[in-house]
Design a protein around this ligand. Structure first.
Ligand SMILES: [Zn+2]
Length: 228
């Protein structure tokens, strides 16, 4: 088995996705140097923080956390590139696991019932072969034991706008997400998982879609990275 592994390493060398250096056998998905330097985002409070304040105006979200700081100019940006564009679903699962372990330290999962990934359009999901948010959620599920529920769908609004009230019209303009929540998952605490949070619009739209489907749902958000 080890000989096979050696041949595999020789033919397909494993590289650190952050710095591009060859990984040693003892190193997992990142080199030791990059693993130590991960730009962790230190969340002070899960019930009142900058992520929550970003979405509070538009959606009723109870708790929020994140794992890493997202910076376009940092080499750690390559982690998001890897999971989105380079087919690294394995990396997404691993990052989800790390993020979940970190959040467990301050009790983020205590009240959570399920993980809900932000969906891709069907076309993009097909092109990519997987949804990176779902892979992150799967990694989180391995640590927390929570189920991953694909309750959200990304849709295009086809209802003629003129037939709708202005409130619904406004919601539809932003609301490309739709949720269906089965009876047994109503009134539960749902954690929306995504890769990057910038303006918070996607997470807030997803939160609203879930709340439209079940006003008793308790919504939390967990983007892997935050670009604040
Ligand atoms: Zn590295």
């Amino acid at each position: 088995m080890s000989l096979l592994n050696d041949i595999h390493e020789l033919l397909l060398p494993r590289l650190c996705p952050v710095c591009g250096k060859l990984l040693m056998k003892s190193e997992d998905v990142l080199c030791a140097f990059c693993a130590i330097g991960l730009p962790r985002y230190h969340i002070q409070r899960i019930d009142d923080n900058i992520l929550l304040r970003t979405v509070w105006d538009t959606a009723d979200v109870h708790r929020a956390t994140t794992f890493l700081t997202y910076n376009h100019n940092s080499p750690y940006h390559n982690l998001v590139i890897g999971i989105k564009f380079h087919g690294r679903s394995d990396l997404a699962v691993r990052l989800g696991r790390w993020a979940a372990m970190e959040a467990a330290k301050y009790g983020f999962w205590d009240k959570a019932d399920a993980l809900v990934p932000v969906p891709l359009t069907r076309w993009r999901r097909w092109r990519r072969g997987y949804n990176q948010a779902e892979m992150l959620a799967r990694g989180m599920a391995e640590v927390t034991g929570l189920p991953v529920l694909n309750l959200l769908k990304r849709t295009k609004n086809r209802t003629p706008q003129s037939r709708l009230s202005s409130e619904v019209r406004q919601r539809n303009a932003e609301g490309i997400y739709r949720a269906t929540i089965p009876e047994e998952w109503r009134g539960k605490c749902l954690v929306i998982v995504d890769d990057v949070m910038t303006t918070g619009a996607t997470l807030s739209n997803c939160a609203r879609a879930l709340l439209n489907a079940d006003e008793n749902a308790e919504i939390c958000i967990f983007p892997l990275t935050y670009a604040g």
